[in-house]
Design a binder for this molecule. Structure first.
Ligand SMILES: N[C@@H](CCC(=O)N[C@@H](CS)C(=O)NCC(=O)O)C(=O)O
Length: 204
């Protein structure tokens, strides 16, 4: 199997962290690719052209993080990323994916030339990210989101989302007023799987 990724993608990083945490990395070759590029090595495998894309041995291209992580669970890793029947774990994972989607939209706006940016979109996504972060701060301060043992899909997704904000979307200063979330993130980010997949810093 081959995992197409780019070093800056928070979604691809979720899969890369999961492969390391579950001990499945030896079964998947990580292939760095390019995005929004007609010559991308990814396009012959997946016309959608997005990462993460997991290319299976029979040529099937599995895309979407929310589909790839459950597929990895079927490979018999060290522990389940999304335990079967655990609706709360899926809800938590889905919420973080929604948060990351919104930050991605916000980041895309900021990469436009200033006169093409939509203040309305930026305000909407700033509000969405802040709302979710505030909910997380309250939950963690109340003892939720414990970091005992290796992280499940939701924890991996949240670590990669905040890691994206730290290094590739610094327009969002998420730490002030959220000490529990900040301490939680710092503890998770110290894990070897996160350290091995740090995204490059961008100018934003
Ligand atoms: N919903 C997708 C989002 C993946 C995604 O947006 N990937 C970005 C990189 S972070 C991408 O490949 N963008 C290329 C493009 O939009 O052409 C998932 O969860 O995997």
């Amino acid at each position: 199997m081959r995992l197409f990724h780019t070093p800056g993608s928070p979604f691809a990083r979720m899969v890369r962290v999961a492969l390391r945490e579950t001990g499945l990395l030896g079964r998947v070759a990580e292939v760095e690719t390019t995005l929004r590029d007609p010559a991308s090595s990814l396009l012959p495998a997946n016309p959608v052209g997005r990462v993460p894309t997991l290319l299976l041995a029979d040529g099937t291209a599995l895309t979407e993080t929310a589909l790839i992580l459950p597929f990895l669970d079927g490979l018999g890793g060290a522990y389940p990323l999304l335990p079967l029947g655990d609706v709360a774990a899926r809800a938590a994972f889905g919420r973080i994916l929604g948060m990351m989607d919104g930050i991605g939209v916000w980041n895309r706006e900021l990469r436009r030339v200033p006169e093409e940016r939509s203040p309305g979109v930026i305000a909407l996504e700033t509000g969405r990210a802040g709302r979710v972060a505030d909910a997380l701060e309250a939950e963690i301060a109340a003892g939720g989101w414990r970091l005992a043992g290796p992280p499940d899909a939701a924890r991996i997704a949240l670590g990669c989302t905040l890691g994206y904000a730290e290094r590739r979307h610094r327009a969002w200063d998420w730490r002030p007023g959220r000490p529990a979330l900040a301490a939680w993130f710092d503890a998770l980010a110290a894990r070897p799987a996160f350290q091995a997949t740090l995204p490059p810093e961008s100018g934003l």
